[in-house]
Ligand binder design. Structure first.
Ligand code: SF4
Length: 432
């Protein structure tokens, strides 16, 4: 087969298919809302999709429905509604957008979103807990807190066989069984372990693929932009976790990335600066924000977002299907912990990324309305600068609220950062 024929079918397939799957997911949710069917509201860090799918519960990710409002440039309308209703301007923008959407009976730019039948969340972000309590009050529904013991300090993740891990595992396994019992109660369906095994098999294929896709971006030139393309992949990783469609999508994506690597097809025609992104993207000006970097031949090769917002799936953890429940609890513990560490102990991850992906710079993006990912970022940056001689940029805006996004100010800071990168490059050439 000639290169062009392959290019036609393979290159760009991940973005095209990802967008189609995403639309499909919203259409399904719209239908559920129209039919007043049940749904489970969950979060990206520990969605418990494997269990909820056993009970055929359509899954809503309010973080994703909210961010889509910003991408579609209507978030400010929802934020204003929520603030008029009494929510403070400085709390998480995702929460406010969701509350306003509930007040509008599920009205969303991509279709209607069904009301929740159950809310399931972990302790990965403290906002999750208060957010779910809003649904509990609004709809009088059960909410389930999944308490995942975090690591006690940087670099202290434990593994099966360790005494600490086995203690925490028992605790998580007990909660897994409690969630199953609650799902049986609200759906009236009996738990089916074979169905769980099948769903976990799909999740294994997806985890394998996601890890490989991330690794493949070590290529030079890099194969996908972690900020823009990566967010599409992330959307599929969350909303299609545990499905055949999601597993196939990631296998196809690996094929696409391997093809691009083999043929030297990068995201930029002239990749000069390989950057790492830290934090949550600037969704109100999503494309333009990225272009401020790509127009100067910089591209994002990895990000902490692709780690924590995939709920730790980046690790490529695979379940042991011979002991599904025990292995599911192990996976929840390992993955959710890793997601938390990717937010709180970023310097460790970034050092590793700088070394393995050969990064030229790190862009920190603390945002007004997500304290969970932004608090401690400045200290983390200091720790990183002490460990590696790599330039970094610290720019503040928001993931939802366009009122605090100053495009001109961002551009000035980014342009100055690139001048510094260019000077370093020249000096390196002279020194060589
Ligand atoms: S505070 Fe941050 S991590 Fe928590 S729900 Fe909001 S955006 Fe997500």
């Amino acid at each position: 087969m000639s290169k062009n024929v392959l290019d036609d079918g393979v290159v760009g397939r991940g973005n095209k298919d990802g967008a189609a799957l995403f639309r499909e997911w919203f259409q399904e949710l719209h239908q559920v809302a129209e039919n007043e069917g049940p749904s489970a509201y969950v979060f990206v860090m520990g969605s418990m999709a494997e269990i909820l799918r056993v009970f055929d519960l359509p899954i809503v990710f309010p973080e994703i429905t909210s961010l889509q409002m910003a991408v579609r440039r209507v978030a400010h309308e929802y934020l204003s509604d929520a603030e008029d209703y009494g929510y403070s301007p400085d709390i998480c923008g995702y929460v406010k957008a969701d509350v306003a959407m509930q007040l509008r009976n599920g009205e969303h730019p991509m279709g209607r979103i069904p009301k929740p039948t159950i809310g399931v969340y972990t302790n990965a972000c403290n906002t999750y807990i208060k957010w779910a309590e809003i649904w509990e009050r609004m709809y009088n529904i059960p909410i389930f807190t999944f308490d995942v013991p975090g690591t006690r300090a940087a670099g202290t993740q434990t593994w099966p066989g360790d005494l600490d891990f086995e203690n925490d595992h028992r605790y998580v396994l007990a909660q897994t069984k409690e969630l199953i019992a609650l799902c049986e109660e609200i759906t009236g369906l009996k738990f089916d372990i074979d169905k769980l095994r099948e769903i976990m098999g799909h999740a294994n294929r997806m985890s394998r693929g996601w890890k490989r896709v991330l690794e493949l971006n070590q290529s030079r030139p890099s194969l996908f932009n972690a900020l823009t393309d990566g967010t599409i992949y992330l959307g599929v990783a969350n909303s299609f976790r545990g499905t055949e469609a999601g597993a196939k999508y990631f296998e196809d994506l690996v094929e696409e990335m391997e093809y691009k690597a083999a043929n030297g097809i990068g995201t930029l025609t002239d990749e000069q600066y390989r950057l790492i992104f830290v934090g949550v993207p600037c969704y109100p000006i999503f494309r333009r924000f990225n272009e401020m970097f790509t127009n100067l031949n910089g591209t994002f090769i990895n990000s902490t977002y692709l780690w924590f917002a995939s709920g730790g799936t980046n690790l490529g953890f695979e379940y042991d299907l011979d002991r599904p429940l025990e292995s599911l609890a192990e996976g929840i513990l390992i993955n959710v912990r890793d997601a938390m560490d990717s937010m709180f102990f970023q310097d460790r991850i970034l050092i590793d990324m700088i070394d393995t992906y050969h990064a030229d710079g790190v862009v920190y993006h603390p945002i007004k309305s997500c304290r969970t990912t932004s608090t401690g970022m400045a200290d983390n940056r200091r720790a990183l600068m002490a460990a590696r001689d790599v330039p970094s940029l610290f720019i503040e805006s928001d993931m939802m609220d366009r009122r605090v996004v100053s495009e001109a100010q961002l551009k000035n800071r980014i342009d100055a950062f690139f001048e510094g990168l260019a000077t370093r490059k020249q000096q390196a050439v002279i020194a060589a």
